[in-house]
Write a protein that binds this ligand. Structure first.
Ligand code: AP5
Length: 218
């Protein structure tokens, strides 16, 4: 899944992973988990996430390679937020080639800047499961401040403050376009307009995955 911060990658990746029966591997969630556990990687990357900058490629690629080596990802995964630079995309291809796999489809969710800012500033997340994502206007929980699924408290991410949102968009959108070009050149890019209801976007993404040109092991 490719898309600017707030495009809906996490929301859609969770739904697709459930429907396809593969794990949802989100680079941002993995980094936040390392930070929470204060691992050596967590200590190295904390300041990048706080500033809204991209974590260096070598650290990111290493973390994803480890995650994709786990048993549950043997049949494939929905990658959310990785790759985010051209070198990461190249490293992913090499990583998958060694394992006899490939990227069958790159799914780009296209959303304009004003809507991205609206989405990020109104986002609330479940404190127990990062896959449970809400928005105060577009996807409100049934009970304010509580997750519909497990009743846990909702919180707002520190990098969803206005200044960090601006930094994320400025620093992360230009390299994202290099990733889009990379997959367009390889004939696996699918662009889906993301400024529509969640369910409609999901159906279009499922349709893109099912295209014969992109069929294959995910
Ligand atoms: P990460 O956690 O990946 O953050 P991000 O890319 O900024 O993406 P978000 O999680 O903010 O947004 P999303 O697209 O998942 O949208 P969501 O579904 O939540 O990365 C965090 C940090 O880690 C980065 O800043 C960087 O420092 C580092 N990092 C991560 N990966 C890296 C990499 N590969 N290389 C280097 N560094 C890396 O939706 C947003 C809101 O919109 C929600 O409230 C949701 O309810 C709402 N919404 C979703 N869809 C719709 C819709 N269709 N209509 C209305 N509202 C909607």
């Amino acid at each position: 899944m490719v898309g600017a911060p707030g495009a809906g990658k996490g929301t859609q990746a969770a739904l697709l992973a459930e429907r396809l029966g593969v794990p949802h591997v989100a680079s941002g969630d993995l980094f936040r988990d390392h930070i929470r556990r204060a691992t050596p990687l967590g200590k190295k990357v904390k300041s990048y996430l706080e500033r809204g900058s991209l974590v260096p490629d070598d650290l990111t690629v290493h973390m994803i390679s480890d995650r994709l080596s786990e048993k549950d990802a043997r049949e494939g995964a929905i990658l959310d937020g990785f790759p985010r630079t051209r070198p990461q995309a190249e490293a992913l291809d090499k990583m998958l080639e060694r394992r006899g796999g490939r990227v069958p489809a790159a799914l780009y969710i296209d959303v304009d800047r004003d809507e991205l800012i609206r989405r990020l500033s109104g986002r609330w997340l479940c404190s127990e499961a990062s896959d449970h994502v809400y928005h105060e206007a577009a996807r409100p929980p049934k009970v304010a401040g509580k997750c519909d699924i497990d009743g846990a408290a909702l919180y707002q991410r520190e990098d969803d403050q206005p200044e960090t949102i601006r930094a994320r968009l400025e620093q992360q959108v230009p390299p994202m376009f290099e990733v889009i070009d990379y997959y367009a050149d390889r004939g696996v890019l699918n662009t889906v307009k993301g400024d529509r209801p969640v369910a409609e976007v999901t159906e279009e993404l499922m349709h893109a995955i099912a295209q014969p040109a992109h069929a294959g092991k995910l």
